[in-house]
Design a protein around this ligand. Structure first.
Ligand SMILES: [Zn+2]
Length: 180
């Protein structure tokens, strides 16, 4: 278990920071949140579970009362979730560096979307569920994508190629939605 701390972040609001150096593939911490089920039926519900981390298509991990409530998204993250609740380092993380993950890798809710302010070279500007991730980004994150979300992505990818995929709601909207 690595020492981490919540501090003010340059990305947005509060963020999670490493209090010691962390090596690539090292476990940072487990997320000790409670699991809950929810079928998201619209945008309002999607926003109500914004601080939860997806475990599967309809199951979530409540990060309330855990430091992971504050983990920020980055399109070039230095951490990822393996399995359902183990946060590992994707590369060497320096002491004092902010710990980030790519939210899209653990979310399959088609109603969720967010403007990104990560300011990295490969920023996607607007992020959404795993189904919205371009193939090259999916490939880059493998194998650090939880199995459930790999399956959801690949199923949608095949369905799209066959022309039988249900549309992702926000990808067909004409006007960008305000997120915060
Ligand atoms: Zn970004």
């Amino acid at each position: 278990m690595k020492k981490i701390e919540v501090r003010t972040s340059k990305i947005q609001g509060s963020g999670l920071f490493a209090l010691e150096p962390i090596h690539k593939d090292e476990r940072i911490q487990y997320i000790r949140g409670a699991k809950f089920k929810m079928v998201v039926k619209g945008r309002q519900e999607a926003m109500s579970i914004m601080n939860s981390i997806g475990v599967g298509r309809y199951s979530w991990l409540d990060t309330k009362n855990t430091p992971f409530r504050y983990i920020n998204h980055s399109c070039e993250p230095n951490a990822a979730i393996v399995g359902t609740k183990t946060v590992v380092a994707l590369r060497e993380i320096r002491k004092g560096e902010e710990i980030t993950m790519d939210y899209s890798m653990t979310d399959a809710d088609p109603y969720w979307e967010m403007k990104c302010r990560c300011d990295t070279k490969t920023c996607r500007k607007k992020i959404g569920s795993i189904q919205t991730v371009p193939p090259e980004i999916f490939k880059r994150h493998m194998p650090y994508i939880p199995k459930n979300f790999q399956k959801i992505y690949l199923r949608t990818y095949i369905q799209r190629h066959l022309g039988i995929a249900p549309p992702v709601p926000h990808s067909i909207r004409k006007t960008p939605q305000k997120t915060h």
